[in-house]
Design a protein around this ligand. Structure first.
Ligand SMILES: Cc1cc2nc3c(=O)[nH]c(=O)nc-3n(C[C@H](O)[C@H](O)[C@H](O)COP(=O)(O)OP(=O)(O)OC[C@H]3O[C@@H](n4cnc5c(N)ncnc54)[C@H](O)[C@@H]3O)c2cc1C
Length: 440
């Protein structure tokens, strides 16, 4: 077994920031980074831009190419996933069969798509299907995958390849479906629609963006999407996915590649589907019963877990949500970077802490721009301001601003987030006074 001073599991934004902070704050020891992929640290939120063609593949690495590892004196074990981590014995094992005794470890393994258990969906998501349902080997074009998730760089490149191929075909526009009207789901739907595809958005809840949009905001966005030609299936549950058999050729093969069974609704034949039904932390390698895990690893302000030698940051960690006051997964690029930076500083021996984050996000929904700050699920009072095509919904609890939805008036989103952070950390007492003057 090899002995190493510091292990980092994962190579996303949290891991890269930790590396930079370690070196910037005088850590001179060895850093062994383990990644289940072969590339430089990638930013998953650029996946939709890659698919749309707005940025080339080379622009998805915010910390530069793979020379990042060498430049920061990192021993990078690329393409070698961590398969088991015994936090008590401080030992990790990797896919190539090796094991390492570490002094300290940072888990920055992010999250993976959470896919509902639906008959046929797992098979449809498999990278390449060698056979069709009737047991025959399909023609090469039929073997192409048509159902995707969007998290890793591989996901984005595979989806782009399929989208580009469908768009290059003559005839009527390809039909696509997006399962889950989450933030990622509406982003993907907007991209596919902008690329000329017909888009169905399928959501099991009664309105789009169910975890972050107030229903009044959601209804305006839904009306806009319908007017722009999107199809919406709200309250619809995907019951089964069927892949067209090898017998389907020519026109049928195109229009019927994937059949979606939607419970009581008529089934839909589509060319391509993207599953955007949420994520779960990538922590399957942790030995059970050692590390305090809720969904992610529970960490303090120094990003330490209950085991002093084990740290966690990014989507794999539950730091403080400043609005709820609870430890939750924030699931944001900025939060992953702040947490990674904090972990790196602490591991380098600096006194540092990350007080927590305020959830926020912004996206195009069709041609509308929607931003959310804080949380909209628990409030005792709402204030609503409508102006022409814009809408603001503010949620209050105990006379404290806890959440804001902004539709087509998103310029103040950053100021609101800062104000909420100041209020939560005690730096300001009147949240509304802090931001309304910036609001015009
Ligand atoms: C489509 C999409 C849109 C998004 N939009 C936004 C947005 O608008 N704004 C925003 O702030 N955030 C957005 N996000 C979220 C943001 O990208 C994440 O919160 C952030 O990237 C988390 O960083 P991380 O370093 O914790 O994890 P990741 O970026 O997931 O990196 C973790 C890395 O660890 C690797 N890994 C996992 N398991 C293992 C293992 N066992 N061994 C070795 N390596 C492993 C993974 O392959 C991955 O490369 C979006 C995400 C997606 C997918």
């Amino acid at each position: 077994m090899s002995r190493i001073p510091l292990a980092i599991v994962g190579n996303g934004g949290a891991a890269a920031e930790a590396v930079l902070a370690l070196r910037a704050h005088g850590y001179t020891g060895g850093i062994h980074l383990f990644a289940d992929n072969e590339h430089a640290p990638y930013n998953p939120m650029l996946g939709t831009y890659l698919v749309s063609g707005r940025i080339p593949a080379g622009r998805v690495f915010p910390f530069g190419d793979r020379t990042f590892y060498e430049a920061n004196r990192v021993t990078a074990h690329l393409g070698n996933a961590v398969t088991a981590l015994d936090a008590t014995r401080q030992v990790l094992a990797t896919a190539d069969g090796a094991s390492y005794q570490y002094e300290r470890c940072l888990v920055a393994s992010g999250s993976r798509p959470s896919v509902p258990s639906v008959p046929g969906l797992g098979e449809a998501l498999a990278p390449r299907r060698p056979r069709f349902g009737d047991g025959l080997q399909g023609p090469k074009t039929h073997a192409r995958r048509r159902v995707f998730t969007l998290r890793s760089l591989d996901d984005a490149l595979s989806l782009k390849e399929a989208v580009d191929e469908l768009r290059s075909r003559p005839g009527s526009p390809a039909r696509s479906a997006v399962l889950g009207a989450s933030f990622a789901g509406v982003k993907v739907a907007t991209v596919l629609h902008d690329l000329g595809m017909r888009v169905s958005l399928i959501e099991s809840e009664s309105h789009i963006l169910p975890t972050c949009a107030h229903v009044d905001c959601a209804r305006l966005m839904e009306a806009h999407l319908l007017a722009d030609g999107y199809e919406l299936h709200l309250g619809a549950v995907l019951a089964a996915v069927e892949i067209a058999g090898a017998a389907a050729t020519g026109r049928n093969a195109r229009s019927g590649m994937v059949r979606l069974h939607l419970g009581a609704l008529p089934s839909e034949d589509i060319d391509l589907m993207v599953v955007c039904t949420g994520t779960r932390p990538a922590l399957e390698f942790l030995l059970p019963g050692q590390v305090d895990v809720d969904e992610g690893i529970l960490v303090d302000e120094q990003m330490r877990s209950n085991i002093p030698t084990l740290y966690a940051a990014g989507d794999a960690a539950q730091g403080k949500n400043l609005v709820s006051g609870r430890r939750e997964i924030i699931g944001l690029w900025s939060s992953a970077r702040y947490q990674g930076r904090t972990a790196g500083r602490c591991l380098a021996g600096m006194a540092s802490g990350h007080p927590g984050a305020v959830p926020h996000n912004i996206t195009h929904v069709g041609r509308m721009l929607f931003a959310t700050v804080g949380r909209m699920d628990k409030y005792d009072r709402l204030t609503v301001r409508r102006e022409r095509d814009s809408l603001q919904v503010r949620a209050w609890r105990d006379e404290r601003l806890v959440g804001v939805n902004l539709l087509n008036c998103c310029r103040s989103a950053g100021v609101i987030k800062q104000a909420m952070m100041r209020a939560a950390t005690g730096a300001a007492t009147d949240t509304e006074a802090t931001w309304t003057s910036f609001n015009e």
